[in-house]
Design a protein around this ligand. Structure first.
Ligand code: UD1
Ligand code: CA
Length: 455
């Protein structure tokens, strides 16, 4: 078995992004571009991956961790110069080296494997992954001779007018004979319009040395898209979303309008779940089977179990157990655990709280820092008063409690089981099991008052 290596180029500053964030860390469908690239490279079974890092190296290393080796390119002198930095890791090894850019997030392992296979079948020393581009502006052009074999790659800025008309472009992805790659890189100069050491120049040098140089042209135009600016970032994100949505639909998820459904890369969704328009599913979210996620809902880093309904609501860092529901217009903030068959209606905010089986919170309520048992009814307008301006306190409510409307529960509090709290009460002391608490001013009726007032 021939050894496969990979070099991921990720040291460029990405100045065209005009960003404080390092280019390859910009997310596409919730995952940094370089994360997509490394994942696909890993899936080819590459024996060793070396990522070239420069400006912002620590942040890339923090993100990728030990999934790859690293080589530092102190100064960004071009893609050829970048690959040379991998010398200490790879130079004397026998095998095929894939070179790929950290800013081409759409390339799939399938295409990379096809490239490896093609390279091997042709006995080539270098094979370029190319694509037909409707608009080739910005890409290196593939220059072929009369026999249609590859001669060289010319960069946009160095290309003649005739060369600029060529629509076959370099995706920045190549397979090389590993030893020959490092031998040839030392011959690459920087006599070009950008004064950079271009990796694509290796192609022309090898060709002149009569080595077999070839190009594997993929069918998809989009997969090879390189992201250099925010316009391309948005295009790549849209293409990635289409791919993700298609995969979920093929797995049995109904999407009412996939063009406005925003699902991050690693989301899991069970079959027969229906997702309406303008829904965002982010981070490490898992959605069960037979769920309904209504229009304009946003769910991030949460677990939504089977049969849950989320109607126009926001759920963050939380869990919803089976057959519970929320919304419209409600908000689960971090660390909320909503029990089975719980009902949360409209205009309810819940934070750092647990709600037991079948508990109901129908309307206009804030529950923060609290543990509620089973079968509780929280009346409209209830506030769990958890904050005194400096510290937060917790409230515990036993099962079967009925909280009347517009109650304030001033934490810390422990409320026993089977308790009634009268509407409009401000509760400041614990309530024992089976009691009724009423804490409001008594009503007084001033009779025949109307005629005492001037009118
Ligand atoms: C490059 C190719 C071009 C190809 C295009 C495909 C060169 C000279 N040009 O152009 O033929 O069509 O990709 O998307 O290779 N990088 C470093 N160190 C450097 C310079 C760049 O690590 O000194 C990294 C960048 O972080 C990036 C990748 O190499 O991930 C490509 O660099 P970029 O500047 O984006 O090259 P393009 O102009 O897109
Ligand atoms: Ca690029």
């Amino acid at each position: 078995m021939i050894q496969r290596y990979a070099v991921v180029l990720a040291a460029g500053q990405g100045s065209r992004m005009k960003s404080k964030l390092y280019k390859v860390l910009h997310p596409v469908a919730g995952k940094p571009m370089v994360g997509h690239v490394i994942e696909q490279v890993e899936a080819t079974g590459a024996n060793e991956i070396v990522t070239i890092v420069g400006f912002g190296a620590e942040k890339v290393k923090d993100y990728l961790g030990n999934r790859t080796n690293y080589a530092v390119q102190e100064e960004q002198l071009g893609t050829g110069h970048a690959v040379i930095q991998a010398e200490t890791h790879l130079k004397d090894k026998e095998g095929i080296t894939l070179v790929i850019c950290g800013d081409t997030p759409l390339l799939t392992a399938e295409t990379l494997n096809n490239l490896f296979d093609y390279h091997q079948e042709k006995g080539a020393k270098a094979t370029i992954l190319t694509a037909h581009a409707q608009n080739p502006t910005g890409y290196g052009r593939i220059i072929r001779n009369k026999e249609n074999s590859v001669e060289k790659i010319v960069e946009q800025k160095d290309a003649s007018e005739a060369e600029r008309l060529v629509q076959e472009v370099n995706t920045g992805t190549y397979c090389f004979d590993n030893r020959l790659l490092f031998e040839t890189l030392s011959q690459v100069g920087n006599q070009n319009s950008q004064g950079e050491y271009y990796l694509p120049d290796v192609i022309e040098i090898l060709k002149k040395q009569n080595e077999i140089v070839d190009a594997y042209k993929m069918i998809s135009e989009n997969e090879g898209k390189g992201v250099n600016d925010r316009v391309a970032l948005a295009e790549a994100s849209q293409l990635m979303r289409e791919r993700i949505n298609k995969m979920h639909m093929q797995n049995g998820v109904t999407m009412i309008d996939p063009t406005t459904t925003y699902i991050d890369s690693d989301i899991v969704i069970g079959s027969d779940t229906v997702i309406e328009a303008s829904v965002s599913l982010k981070g490490k979210t898992i959605i069960g089977e037979d769920c309904f996620i209504g229009a304009h809902s946003e769910i991030s880093n949460s677990i939504i179990s089977d049969g849950v309904r989320v109607t126009n609501s926001t759920v963050k860092d939380s869990v919803m157990e089976k057959n519970s529901n929320i919304g419209p217009y409600s908000h689960l903030r971090p660390n909320s655990h909503v029990g089975e068959a719980v009902h949360i209606g409209n205009f309810v905010e819940i934070k750092n709280a647990t709600l037991g089986l079948k508990t109901k919170v129908g309307h206009l309520t804030y529950i923060g820092d609290a543990d509620l048992g089973e079968n509780i009814n929280v009346g409209c307008g209830t506030i769990f008063v958890n904050y005194d301006g400096k510290n937060k306190f917790r409230t515990t409510v036993g099962k079967n409690v009925f909280v009347g409307c517009n109650a304030n529960l001033i934490a810390p509090l422990t409320i026993g089981e089977n308790v009634y709290i009268a509407a409009g009460s401000t509760i400041t002391r614990d309530i024992p099991t089976e009691a009724m608490a009423i804490a409001r001013a008594r009503q007084e009726n001033k009779l025949e008052y109307y005629n005492k007032l001037p009118h």
